[in-house]
Design a protein around this ligand. Structure first.
Ligand code: PLP
Length: 471
């Protein structure tokens, strides 16, 4: 394909993109294909000779689209949102077109300098103090791995990368049972071992870890010869939105010189609204904080904002400088590849710049406030509807509920069939989780095109489905 043809197809694809978003309400939210259906439509090997783009795009519609779950659907109420907004998509189009690598300042000065400034914009927008510096990671999982590696190196006096862990005492990391699975992975990958994650019991409506329990576990571990290295606290965990008492956790952690990382992957976006910041009160004393603009803020995956009190500690943990990466005579510039695990880096700051300039913070706040209000509204409706109970109250825009049919039977099984029936129907999409061993249904509002009517449709679908179950 030459560049003239590319220009013509590019126009067609942007038209396709607009129509896709405009017509999504008519599509089932979750893909309705069976396992193996897409694979059976794909040739077993690559073609020897090229094909024309018209054929490839026809096949895209035929082979790919039926197997797509529509995360941009306005009635996507499953998992967490993963918003892609028009200005951010346009920015990514430009970024893909230039395909620059943003590992060093000199490999694209504009990308590095814009990344620094965009992280400043986001830091101010969510109300973190100027003592934090930021870097954009691909995902919260990477930011948390970077935090765990930093905890490890800091506690091992910067020797772990060289010595390995075998000659050191066993390291310990603390979090609640609500913490995300990315923490387990980070601990595995850092060589610390999942046996050394200490889960602190939770209590209260926020399912927050018990700070006294944390203090006791750290003391016990010290007495037993372990080396406690850090705590991972959460603001808005994935199951039901659990929020630790960040101030209380940090209070304990500081007594033992433990590093504190705050995982606010989903809820961090809501902090652009000052009225929600009480949920992470004390966060200014954390060592690092991560939140995903690629969830709720409107920047499509991948874009994770990682804020650090002491970026020097992270760089000391991750920087590596073979001769081919040295930038002689250019010291004093930030080389963001020293702040992250992969060397190569996309130009992610551009989509933040386009998003924030195109919407402005006020409009983004309006959306998030609406999502939270509508989630509260439907929770109230379900509370008042016979056959349903609210299990956890809305945490921002996420709550959980349970279907209680008149008929007997295992409630967990019934609730799983209830969710499956809803998702087969296709008008909305919900997922389930476990709370204290019981299966519950999650409901979150966060897609950018969602309207109040879409949330009302969800209430209708839930009630219709209950009737089908004879309730
Ligand atoms: C989504 C999520 C993560 C993982 O985010 P990725 O960017 O996909 O790695 C981690 N923690 C919480 C609380 C999340 O909601």
């Amino acid at each position: 394909m030459n560049w003239d043809e590319y220009a013509a197809w590019g126009k067609k694809i942007s038209d396709w993109g607009a129509a896709y978003h405009q017509n999504l309400r008519d599509q089932p939210v979750r893909a309705q294909v069976a396992p193996g259906e897409t694979a059976s439509l794909l040739e077993p090997s690559a073609p020897e000779t090229g094909e024309d783009m018209g054929t490839i795009l026809e096949d895209f519609e035929r082979v790919v689209m039926p197997g797509i779950t529509h995360w941009q659907h306005p009635r996507f109420f499953a998992y967490f949102p993963s918003n892609a907004t028009p200005p951010a998509i346009l920015a990514d189009f430009l970024v893909s077109t230039m395909a620059v690598q943003c590992m060093l300042w000199q490999t694209s000065p504009a990308a590095t300098e814009m990344e620094t400034r965009m992280m400043e914009w986001l830091r101010q927008a969510i109300g973190l103090p100027g003592s934090f510096s930021g870097v954009i990671q691909d995902s919260a999982s990477s930011a948390t791995l970077a935090a765990v590696l930093t905890m490890r190196e800091r506690s091992l006096k910067w020797q772990g990368n060289e010595d390995g862990l075998s000659q050191h005492p066993k390291l310990r990391i603390y979090c609640s049972g609500e913490a995300h699975s990315s923490i387990d992975r980070a601990v595995w990958v850092a060589g610390i071992g999942s046996d050394n994650i200490v889960r602190i019991p939770v209590s209260g409506a926020h399912r927050a870890m018990d700070p006294e329990g944390l203090r006791q576990e750290v003391k016990n571990d010290l007495a037993a010869g372990y080396l406690p290295i850090g705590v991972i606290a959460c603001t808005g965990a994935t199951g039901m939105g659990a929020c630790d008492d960040i101030a209380a956790v940090i209070d304990v952690a500081q007594n033992f010189d433990l590093y504190v990382h705050v995982d606010a992957a989903w809820a961090g976006s809501a902090m652009i609204c000052p009225e929600f910041r009480a949920l992470w009160q004390g966060v200014e004393k954390a060592d690092s904080v991560v939140f995903n603009p690629h969830k709720w803020l409107g920047v499509q995956f991948d874009c994770s904002a990682h804020f650090l009190k002491n970026p020097e500690d992270l760089v000391r943990t991750l920087a590596i400088q073979p001769e081919y990466l040295k930038t002689h005579g250019q010291e004093g510039f930030i080389n963001y590849s020293e702040w992250s695990i992969p060397l190569g880096r996309r130009f992610r700051a551009l989509k933040i710049w386009f998003l924030l300039r195109s919407y402005g913070l006020n409009e983004l706040r309006n959306r998030i406030r609406n999502h939270i209000k509508w989630a509260n509204d439907i929770a109230d409706q379900l509370r008042a509807t016979p056959g349903f109970e609210i299990v956890t109250e809305p945490m921002l825009s996420l709550f959980t509920f349970r279907f209680l049919p008149k008929s007997s039977g295992d409630l967990d099984d019934v609730n799983q069939s209830f969710v499956d029936r809803i998702n087969d129907d296709g008008r909305i999409y919900l997922t389930q989780t476990n709370i204290d061993g019981a299966k519950v249904i999650r409901f979150q509002v966060g897609q950018f095109d969602t309207t109040q009517e879409d949330v009302q449709t969800a209430y209708q679908v839930i009630c219709d489905t209950a009737q089908q179950f004879g309730s």
